[in-house]
Design a protein around this ligand. Structure first.
Ligand SMILES: [Zn+2]
Length: 205
């Protein structure tokens, strides 16, 4: 039986030094390899890079909501969370032409276990999407080999339905994506979007 796995990329203003054009290069690799993935896009990032945000949707990828300000949501009031989600949703619809509902991922995963935050996300018409496998590709100390090995090992350990967390801006992720795709193909993995999986994790590891 084929194992299905969903690669997810958080697209946001980087909080570490990052090279320009990384997200665009990543999208080009996915297009060349015929891979469709899921992108959780920050509203303010989509406002800054509307053409790239649009190309995510146009490339057949699923667009999810990754907040507007990329704040740690537990730090915001109920009204603040509602406003962040409303503003981000409008920015994403404007930039991509796609309504990201119901898919939402908390910045840093912060709030994934907080009933108040989850209630606010649900009240806004969304459900939280966590992940099963991460290789901390945001950490500049991690090489592309570390990232690809971590993803391949994590997927092998989890098996069917694994949701993998990556980011669009680390150069290590761009360098790791082809080895990841090659390794998953060898393992017989079929890549899909999260809306093609029967179940999606709400929690973060
Ligand atoms: Zn993020």
């Amino acid at each position: 039986m084929t194992v299905r796995v969903a690669l997810t990329f958080d697209a946001e203003h980087p909080d570490r030094p990052a090279a320009a054009g990384n997200a665009e290069a990543l999208l080009a690799v996915l297009a060349r390899r015929g891979v469709r993935a899921t992108f959780f896009v920050q509203g303010r990032w989509a406002e800054a890079y509307p053409a790239t945000a649009r190309s995510i949707a146009d490339g057949g990828h699923l667009v999810g909501h990754h907040s507007h300000y990329h704040a740690r949501l537990p730090l915001l009031t109920d009204a603040g969370i509602a406003e962040d989600i409303r503003d981000g949703g409008a920015a994403l619809l404007d930039a991509t032409g796609v309504d990201p509902a119901p898919w939402f991922r908390c910045p840093f995963g912060a709030g994934a276990g907080d009933p108040r935050v989850l209630a606010a996300i649900e009240a806004a018409g969304y459900r939280h999407v966590g992940w099963d496998v991460a290789a901390d590709d945001w950490d500049p100390d991690h090489s592309s080999a570390f990232v690809s090995d971590g993803v391949l090992r994590g997927v092998a350990a989890h098996g069917e339905g694994a949701v993998v967390l990556l980011h669009t801006w680390p150069s290590a992720t761009l360098d790791a994506i082809e080895p990841i795709l090659d390794g998953l193909a060898v393992a017989g993995v079929e890549l899909c979007r999260i809306d093609e999986l029967p179940a999606v994790p709400a929690d973060v590891p």
